[in-house]
Ligand binder design. Sequence first.
Ligand code: ADP
Ligand code: MG
Length: 626
Amino acid sequence: MRSLLAVLPYFGRYWGRMVLGIAFIILSGTFTVYTPQVVREAFNLIGDGLRQRELPVDQRHLEVSERLQSWTAWTGLDLQARLDGPLDDATLEAKVLWFAIFYAGLFLVFTLMGGFFLFLTRQTIIVVSRHIEYDLKNAVYTHYQRLDRAFYKRHSTGDLMNRISEDVSKVRQFLGPAVMYITNLVVLTIMIVWVMLGVNVELTLWSLAPLPLLSVAIYMVSETINQRSMATQRQQSRLSSMAQESFSGIRVIKAYAREGEVIKRFRQTAKDYRKTSLAQAKVDSLFMPSIMLLVGLSTVLVIFVGGILLIKGNDGITVGNLAEFTLYVNKLTWPFASLGMITSQVQQAAVSMERINEFLDTKPGITSQGDLLPEIHGSITFRNVGFTYPETGIEALKNVSFHVPVGGTLAIVGHTGSGKSTVADLICRLYDPTEGEILLDGVPLPQVSLDKLHEQLGVVPQDVFLFSDTIANNIAFSLPPGPDVQGSVEDAARLAQVHQDILSFPKGYETLLGERGVTLSGGQKQRVSIARAVVRKPRILLFDDPLSAVDTATEEAILTGLRRLMQGRTTVLISHRISAVQHADHILVLGHGRVIEEGTHQQLLDLGGQYASLHAEQLLEAADQG
Ligand code: ADP
Ligand code: MG
């Protein structure tokens, strides 16, 4: 339960509306308590009127009750005048009828007022809960964006999505209705019980007795409903993720002609879903009947106990009181039922809030510990860097040292799994090294502002990711909006040799990518990704095998194009292809996380080691293809 305290600060911003909402609840409650009293007065007046008929005409006397006078003082009507005067049978009946209609009108007015304030209550409190939901979602999302890669490795996308959508909305469901119903329950109970006690203590106790039972019963039914509905939801998400996967993998399914199998599996899962949702429907339908049963019980008690008291006649109980009590009990039903429902809801909200807090309390592992480098020039130094992946314990880098001067080009080659991408991730500070240190312009990387670092870093990651957006927006991703965005985008695209490809699409740079847009070829994607990296002309360029999906000729064109841009900028070029790296100032050959050879292209060839044999291999391949 304590976890829910975390939402209190969010309430702070809306306390004015909350106070207003509670005021509306009290107003609505006041009118709600009036209506049964109107019925009581009406019953009493009619009963009284009928009794008067048995008296001689000159002894007949009807009187406006104090209650009615207090309600209607503001109308200026002199109601007593309507009752005075000689009361022969016809006049008596006419007057009683007039008052009955008057009471009916009053009943209507009070009911409408109660409803009106209830409407205002919902408009304030439920609206506040929607605002808080919005704030909470933003807080969670903002926090997500700050968390490091290791966090994303630990948690599945589904989990992240759930906490920001389902859990937040569970908390919202608690916030609005729970606050509203609980306040309503307290206000109404105090008001109604107060009035009831004023009438008769014994009858009050009898009529209230079944209500706690009602709360407990509803609580139990709600618990079962919640459990079943969670089971249904789980089944539902299983069904939809299964469907989703089959749509994404439709090419494979069709290629292997497994449609029948997939349909069979879908049918089975859908059948399970039907089973759980039918089980849920069964308890759902218990909900109203169990309320009705207990309300019926209360009503029976009121009439039975009240009837006995009325017959005994020594408690000042009137027929009007019985009618009044029946209505009170009815009015208390929903608040007491909601108490049971809310207790169960609050428990769920607490669990959800705990899950949200767990993420909100996660501190990002990667933060700027200082801002010691006012301007980045771009020399990069690795000093005995070692790195072990925290989740898998795989030691990806061992004792790696190198230095790239400002404007220099370092190339890294090596087999798959040798640790090349890990070097790139460490430079981007997606992770911090577990051993040794990395310096940027001589300053330890953690002491460099993360924002500045990423501003001066143009990265082409190994797995290209493009957003479902236009090509222009994908390239301009890191650019602040400005007048010449389109010009910069086109320049970058030309550098990356993708300008012509883009122009060949009917919508050019405005072509949509992604699910419902155009699918680019692997090579085109890589080139768009290169354009995105160079568009801001950063001080450091970091390419992780950016040309794996383009042919050697295009590769040559791209590298020639980039060479101009690379002048004066520090470049780290990772590739599995020798042809791409041969012009670099310095080349590292990685093997199993260690630097096994290093030097210039010529030095490495002369060495006759792994680089030389890789070179020979790739020359042969090229000759084969040629
Ligand atoms: P390369 O880019 O040269 O192919 P990587 O740097 O991607 O090599 O991988 C080096 C080693 O680290 C491999 O053994 C790989 O399995 C492991 N590895 C890479 N990324 C992760 C990760 N996110 N979590 C755990 N292990 C990883
Ligand atoms: Mg890699």
